[in-house]
Design a protein around this ligand. Structure first.
Ligand code: ADP
Length: 452
């Protein structure tokens, strides 16, 4: 096993990785920007290296500084966490070229899955069902019109390099298509430096269901069932649950097997997630994330597995220690993403935490780097905590979540805790009866009720 791992990230996910390392007797190196000198991930790590000023591009995305930090601290491996450099194939390649193990997939897999057009082509080749759409990139406006006629409106125009819910736009009818293409091309170029677009049928009421996998790079791949991430705002996940209220054991096994069969063909290594839309009993591949996901803890809770520990073992080139038969599902888990934002307008609200008290008790897990007296810096993602609750069944999980949200004290900044409290009291949510469009409609309804 590694003796020392450098964690190229910050906040709760850096802490999450640190915890797995400590339990395995691995020393950790934290990296941080000047804005994060007092951050919890720096305080808990065995060593830390300042890698630059606050702006992410000069620190957490500063490849040269991170490789240098790994060199001077004599680390064996680098874990990229989520976001930042975690899906940057050039970074993964450079880490390996400098003699460190990269705790993640092979750079080639990161590269092909990072281009959404190439990912979709690969998904088809590997036998996964995809959303009907353009055959690869849209090469001309005329072709786009023809494709849209073929699949039927509404259509969704997407950027090949898109991510984080950015770079996609719906055209409801033929007369909207030209403008949609123009806007998407401009936005894709501005945000991702790549204006390649593709098109998909816009599904009216799908759920977002994703399958968590682990592969060892030697042809063994297992899955850990699904997560339902349909509750989204602007294509960003707000609350996730596992298992999905919409799936039964037979459909779980069927889609799980299709996914593992597909990934065995490419000798996939490390953790990954295949995201699908699910409508009328059919699955449609939308993308693959070649990294750990923010919502991975709910799979850990129901499968009783530490995915980061497994990632670390795989990165030492060990074969998978688990077979599919050994993976069983126990109870129900829900994760609430708690952001430093106004719960109604979602305006970021960084600042000093005057008082902090996290909920606890049976079945409650808080993945957060907050503490009393800490100042949430304004430079980074507004996710500050993940409240993850496990129960013997969905009902027990919901009751436990309700009391955990009641207990949670975060004073000094606004957070999305009140949004979650309201959401989990809604009868339709309690029934598990929602799709990817439901949350936005529900929020618009609440705004009207409040007279605004
Ligand atoms: P990103 O990489 O930006 O997260 P995805 O392709 O994963 O983009 O899609 C993000 C979300 O956008 C999905 O979870 C879903 O809510 C919505 N979406 C994507 N494709 C479609 C589609 N064809 N029809 C309807 N909604 C879609």
């Amino acid at each position: 096993m590694f003796e020392k791992v450098l964690i190229a990230n910050r906040g709760e996910i850096a802490l999450r990785i640190h915890r797995a390392c400590r339990e395995m007797g691995i020393h950790t190196v934290a990296v941080h920007s000047t804005a994060d000198a007092d951050a919890m991930h720096v305080r808990l790590a065995d060593e830390s290296v300042c890698i630059g000023p606050p702006a992410s591009k000069d620190s957490y995305l500063n490849v040269a500084a991170i490789i240098t930090a790994a060199t001077i601290t004599d680390a064996d491996a680098i874990h990229p966490g989520v976001g930042f450099l975690s899906e940057n194939a050039d970074f993964a390649e450079m880490v390996e070229e400098h003699g460190f193990a990269f705790v993640g997939p092979s750079p080639d897999h990161i590269r092909s899955m990072g281009d959404k057009i190439e990912a979709k082509r690969l998904a088809i080749e590997l036998g996964l069902p995809v959303v009907p759409g353009s055959d690869g990139a849209i090469t001309s406006d005329a072709e786009a019109r023809q494709t849209a006629e073929g699949i039927g409106y509404p259509v969704l125009v997407k950027a090949a390099a898109g991510g984080g819910g950015k770079g996609m736009k719906v055209a409801e009818a033929p007369e909207e298509l030209q403008e949609t293409l123009d806007i998407c091309r401009r936005e894709a170029l501005a945000n991702f430096g790549n204006d390649a677009l593709y098109m998909e049928k816009y599904l009216g009421q799908p759920r977002h269901i994703e399958i968590q996998v682990l592969g060892d790079g030697h042809g063994n791949v297992v899955h850990f069932g699904e997560r339902d991430c349909s509750l989204q705002r602007r294509h960003q996940k707000i609350l996730e649950e596992a298992p999905s209220p919409a799936l039964d054991a037979a459909s779980r096994d069927t889609i799980g097997k299709r996914v593992t069969d597909a990934l065995k063909k490419i000798n996939y290594r490390s953790a990954g997630t295949i995201e699908f839309l699910y409508e009328d009993g059919e699955f449609y591949f939308i993308e693959m994330n070649t990294r750990l996901q923010v919502e991975h803890p709910i799979s850990e809770m129901i499968c009783d597995i530490d995915l980061v520990r497994e990632q670390l073992k795989i990165a030492t080139e060990s074969p998978l220690s688990l077979t599919q038969d050994q993976i069983t599902y126990n109870g129900h888990a829900i994760e609430c993403r708690i952001n430093a934002e106004n719960p109604v307008t979602f305006a970021p609200n960084p600042g000093r935490i005057n008082e902090y008290h996290a909920p606890g008790g049976l079945g409650v897990r808080v993945d957060s780097a907050l503490y009393s007296g800490y100042t949430v810096p304004p430079h980074y993602d507004s996710l500050v905590s993940k409240l993850i609750v496990h129960g013997a069944n969905r009902n027990e999980c919901l009751l436990r979540l309700r009391r955990s949200l009641e207990e949670y004290v975060i004073e000094g900044i606004e957070t999305t805790v009140p949004l979650h409290q309201k959401l989990i009291a809604d009868p339709q949510f309690l029934d598990g009866n929602y799709d990817i469009h439901w949350l936005e409609a529900w929020m618009a309804g609440n705004a009207n009720e409040n007279g605004g």
